[in-house]
Design a protein around this ligand. Structure first.
Ligand code: GRF
Length: 202
């Protein structure tokens, strides 16, 4: 059984899909704790609703990375609550070496595009601006780069005529909510793992 430390900064819809999959018995895992760098974020309320220990960690003085004292605090909380796998669910900071070393091959992220296309922020807007006819979402292992880690799985989404950033993002999120529990279930079952920087599938 996986023991998940979930990190997020936003409303937490992906975290919800993971917690619901656990509840429904579709994912052999427990939620060890939820940590957010944004004090009033929905993901913290969601965790409390599900009875999962929830913590705000102030990320200052850095805006875009998890480093220094904030990284130490996150590591401390993850250890204290027995997490063995780190689930980035809309966490808006880059993860640095300390956390990656502490959880080798056990840090996952979900990204709202078919990586390697459109890494970085607001990937659905990037897809619209590029005029592609298809985009989607990607679950991947995290490395030191920005959305560059080895891919576990992807789900595709059409870009439809008249799509707005909001309508496209909503369609991608529907698929994210299937993809993340699915990828975690593969990890829980030992059917996917990261070895020497490569995804191994059984
Ligand atoms: C998702 O679109 C995810 O792909 C990206 O951030 C967003 C988080 O949304 N990394 P939510 O907080 O899970 O609803």
């Amino acid at each position: 059984m996986l023991s998940l430390g979930i990190l997020g900064s936003g409303k937490g819809s992906n975290a919800r899909s993971v917690l619901e999959a656990i509840r429904a018995g579709r994912l052999d895992a427990r939620a060890a704790c939820v940590i957010s760098d944004a004090a009033g974020s929905g993901i913290l309320d969601l965790a409390r609703t599900h009875g999962v220990p929830a913590f705000h960690v102030d990320g200052a003085p850095f805006r875009t990375k998890l480093d220094g004292a904030a990284e130490d605090r996150v590591l401390g909380l993850l250890r204290e609550h027995g997490a063995d796998t780190v689930v980035l669910a809309g966490f808006m900071r880059m993860i640095k070496g300390g956390l990656l070393k502490a959880f080798p091959g056990r840090v996952l992220n979900i990204h709202p595009a078919l990586l390697p296309a459109f890494p970085g922020i607001e990937a659905w807007k990037q897809a619209l601006a590029a005029g592609v006819r298809e985009t989607g979402c990607t679950v991947h292992f995290v490395d030191e780069g920005m959305d560059t880690g080895p891919i576990i799985l992807q789900r595709r989404v059409p870009v439809l005529p008249g799509d707005t950033p909001e309508s496209l993002h909503a369609r991608i999120q529907e698929q994210e909510h299937i993809a993340y529990p699915e990828a975690l279930a593969l990890l829980a079952a030992g059917r996917v793992s990261l070895q020497a920087g490569k995804v191994i599938r059984l």
